[in-house]
Every structure is written in structure tokens, then in C-alpha cells.
Design a binder for this molecule. Structure first.
Ligand code: EPU
Length: 440
């Protein structure tokens, strides 16, 4: 397994282009199951989760048929076999987003068998809202051997009024599932308390190009008029707001300056407001499209403390909580971070403490007493974003930090070590067996 060895203390500086969004690309790929025509996607990031989804779609008779090394980021998917309906546990367990094949399979093939994703490092992660939504469209759902077995009624799914709110707000992938299913249902579907995340807007944009009739995506109330069939489409995946936000925080924690290109600044208002409140400059310097802008990050003279509460979009994203928390460890005063989307998502807290951070957790809230500096240490976290938070802490810490199990990072960041090195960081990827030999 690979690890990052980070020698901290260098200010980041330079330019970076934000890649296509993992969390947009995964449901966009699953939407290819809704038609027999080709779906062409651009700006698809080269990540482990994307490769897992490609494998899953191939197992479901919708292979990628364009391995074209000349054009990285382009992906063409086309359904060739509609008899395959089983998304196996071995794939869904490595990548929870595998669950978003459920809605498309049910809508187009009338049935689906998808392994229950189970919990993961960031909490319990049930899918009751997905299932409730699909049942409202007429599906019969049973559990068999750990799989969700779903069957559409004779004559196909029927439009319905569906409420997708849960104890922690709406559900992003649940909204994606119900939205996809509703495009081919008979009649009108109203999704109330739908997720408003920009990734849902991107999915609705692709579905509309395929011929779906959707209104209100991006608001809590989405209206879908079912159609008989969907056709081919070509679409560019939106830029990754979490990747952009992670590099913004990386610049801020090292007191660096960074220019971002292809930055979805319009989808990052909560982060920007937070960065500005701690003293970091965020300036849009160009680009006509606020979802693909040029943005400049300038350092704070002194990092001020902040109160941050994660919430569904447009609130502060849970996927940037660990990165922000790492930064606040170095603020001049006490900060408070509260997690309202995944209340258990704090794997980084114990590890940051090993680096000298002063953190006090009580349930979903962490009080951070800022310290003047962090000290490098060997650390590890089995969650993608927690690992990103640890890398950021390592960039700012004195001496050497070793972040183990970076395969978690590879699920969501395209070669983060290379990107950070290109900005002046001292980060090297090593095989952690070599580290063990050094330790001995
Ligand atoms: N929830 C339920 N019932 C459900 C579904 C969700 O109670 O049926 C709860 C969850 O337990 C959680 C909250 O609702 O407390 C929100 O979960 P949601 O369903 O919105 O999460 P998701 O769709 O499974 C996506 C992203 C996550 C991101 C969350 C929240 C993808 C592939 N994943 O997950 O991204 O944290 O939305 O914004 O889009 C990541 O990229 O590191 C990541 C975990």
C-alpha cells in the first residue's frame, strides 16, 4: 500500500486546474443504463471510484467502448445487454456510489438486484430514503441475502409525489436514484425535499440532453414528466468543488498563494465565506462562467478562528469539514466545528491530536483550541476526506508526516501528490513496506 511522506513547512504557490467532479461523474455514468444509445462524457476524472463504477457498469451490460489514450477524460458508455441486473457486493462495498445504479436499472429493465452498501468509516449510511422513493413510484422491494431486490409493476413505474427528507436533510444519491427512475415513469413525479447539490443539477442537465423533462433541479422541489424513452447525449462533467476547496484550504494552511482554473466558485459560497472570515483572500479573477472561473487565493496575515457547521448544500459541505478543521488547528483562538450531515465523521480528530492539535470532541461537535504549530507524525485515516485533512496538516507541520493508506485519497483526488509537488510541496509517494523497513 502507498503512503505519502510529507516534509512540511513550505508555502504552496502556483496554478492548478480543477478536474471533473467524482461525485457528479458517478451518477452521470449510472444514467447510461437508462438508454441503449451511447452516452459520451468529458472531463471524467481518473480515480479509483470511477474505475470501480466502470467495472460495475460493464458487469451490468453497459461497457465503456472507447479506450482512447489520446483523449484522457473522455468516456463513452453504451448498453449492449439488458438482461444483467445484479450489482454485486464485492463492487458496491468498495464504492458506495454503486447504489446509484438502482434507479436506472429499475426504470429501464424493470428490475434490479443491488447489494446493500452497508456502513462505512464515516457512519451508518442507510438507504431507506432511496427505497422509500422508489416504492412510491410503484416498485416492490425486498431484501434477499444482503441484496436489495427491486421489481417494477407490470406496465412500469408510475409518477408519484415523493418526500425525500430524512433526519439529516435530503439525500444526494437518493435524489439521483429517484430522479433517474422518474424520467421513464408514466406521468408526473414531484420530488419534495430533493437534494439541491450542484451534482444533482449536473445530472438533470445530462438527463435533459437525453430527452428527459425535468424542472426545478437545484431546488428542493423537482418536477419530472415521464417520457417513453431516452436517447444519446454528450456532456462535460462539472468541475469538482471538493477538489477545488481542498486545494484552497491547502494554500490557506501553508500561508500560500494559489490560482485555480476551472473552479466552480459559484458552488463554493459557504467555503469562500468561511475562508474570508478567517482572513484568507478569495478573489474571482476571470472566466465568464461562475462554475468554471479563475480564482486567486491569498494568505491571511494571521488565521482567525471560526464557527463552522456542515449542512446540505448550499451550507458548508461535509466533504470539506476535515480540511477546514485541520486549518483551524492553527488559528489564533478557539473554533467550533459541528457536523450535521454525518455526525460520526471525525476520524481525523485523533490523528490530528497526535500532531499536536488541541481538540475536544463532544458528539457531533469539536472545539479547536488553536496552536502556533503542528508537528509531523505517522498518521492514517480510513476515510477519503479525513485523509485529505491529514495531508493538509502535514503540509503545515514541522518535520515529517507520513500519511498511510493513501488509496483512500486515490478514490477522490487525481494524483494529489503530484499536484501538491507542482505547487512546491515536499510530498513523495512511497510503498509503505519501504517505510516498515526504515522503521526497523
Ligand atoms: N441518509 C439517510 N437515509 C438515506 C440516505 C441518507 O438517513 O436513505 C442520511 C445519511 O446517513 C447522512 C445524510 O442522510 O446522514 C446525507 O447522506 P446522503 O445520502 O446525501 O449521502 P450520499 O448521497 O450517500 C453523497 C456523496 C458524499 C457526501 C454526501 C453528502 C457521492 C458519491 N457521495 O453521499 O461524498 O459526503 O453526499 O454531501 O456523491 C465523499 O466524496 O467523500 C463523500 C462521502
Amino acid at each position: 500500500m502507498d503512503a505519502f511522506v510529507i516534509k512540511g513547512g513550505r508555502r504552496l504557490s502556483g496554478r492548478i486546474r480543477v478536474g471533473g467532479a467524482k461525485n457528479a461523474a458517478l451518477p452521470l455514468m449510472a444514467a447510461a443504463l437508462l438508454t441503449d444509445e451511447p452516452i459520451v462524457l468529458h472531463d471524467v476524472p481518473d480515480l479509483t471510484d470511477i474505475r470501480s463504477m466502470t467495472r460495475l457498469l460493464a458487469e451490468l451490460g453497459c461497457p465503456r467502448d472507447d479506450e482512447d489514450a489520446e483523449r484522457p477524460g473522455r468516456m463513452r458508455l453504451r448498453t449492449i445487454d439488458r438482461s444483467l441486473i445484479h450489482a454485486r457486493y464485492s463492487l458496491v462495498s468498495t464504492m458506495r456510489a454503486g447504489v446509484c445504479v438502482l434507479g436506472p436499472l429499475l426504470a429501464r429493465r424493470g428490475r434490479a438486484r443491488v447489494a446493500m452498501p452497508g456502513g462505512c468509516a464515516i457512519g451508518q449510511r442507510p438507504i431507506d430514503l432511496h427505497l422509500r422513493g422508489l416504492e412510491a413510484l410503484g416498485a416492490r422491494i425486498e431484501l434477499e441475502g444482503g441484496d436489495v431486490v427491486a421489481q417494477a409493476p407490470h406496465g412500469g413505474l408510475r409518477g408519484a409525489r415523493i418526500f425525500l427528507g430524512g433526519p439529516f436533510g435530503s439525500t444526494v444519491l437518493g435524489t439521483a436514484n429517484v430522479l433517474c427512475a422518474a424520467t421513464l415513469a408514466t406521468g408526473t413525479t414531484l420530488i419534495e425535499s430533493a437534494a439541491c447539490e450542484p451534482e444533482i443539477v449536473d445530472l438533470a442537465a445530462l438527463l435533459s440532453k437525453m430527452g428527459a423533462r425535468i424542472n426545478g433541479a437545484g431546488s428542493p422541489r423537482i418536477l419530472v414528466e415521464g417520457v417513453d424513452a431516452l436517447g444519446p447525449a454528450e456532456h462535460r462533467v462539472m468541475p469538482d468543488r471538493i477538489e477545488a476547496g481542498t486545494y484552497m484550504c491547502a494554500a490557506a494552511i501553508t500561508g500560500g498563494e494559489l490560482a485555480l482554473e476551472n473552479c466552480p466558485v459559484d458552488a463554493l459560497m459557504a467555503l469562500n465565506s468561511c475562508l474570508e472570515s478567517v482572513g484568507v483572500g478569495v478573489q474571482t479573477t476571470g472566466g465568464d462562467d461562475p462554475m468554471r472561473a479563475r480564482v486567486r487565493i491569498t494568505p491571511a496575515r494571521t488565521l482567525r478562528p471560526a464557527m463552522v457547521t456542515t449542512q446540505p448544500y448550499p451550507g458548508f459541505p461535509t466533504d470539506l469539514q476535515a480540511q477546514m478543521l485541520a486549518m483551524l488547528c492553527l488559528a489564533d483562538g478557539n473554533s467550533v466545528v459541528t457536523e450535521k450531515v454525518f455526525p460520526e465523521r471525525f476520524l481525523h480528530v485523533a490523528e490530528l491530536t497526535r500532531m499536536g492539535a488541541r481538540l475536544y470532541r463532544q458528539g457531533p461537535t469539536v472545539v479547536i483550541s488553536g496552536v502556533p504549530g503542528l508537528v509531523g507524525a505517522p498518521v492514517m485515516a480510513s476515510d477519503l476526506r479525513a485523509s485529505a485533512g491529514l495531508v493538509l496538516a502535514g503540509l503545515a507541520a514541522r518535520e515529517t508526516t507520513i500519511v498511510r493508506r493513501v488509496y483512500h485519497l486515490d478514490r477522490g483526488y487525481q494524483r494529489m501528490d503530484r499536484s501538491l509537488a507542482s505547487l512546491g510541496a515536499d510530498v513523495v509517494r512511497v510503498d509503505d513496506r519501504d517505510l516498515d523497513r526504515i522503521d526497523e
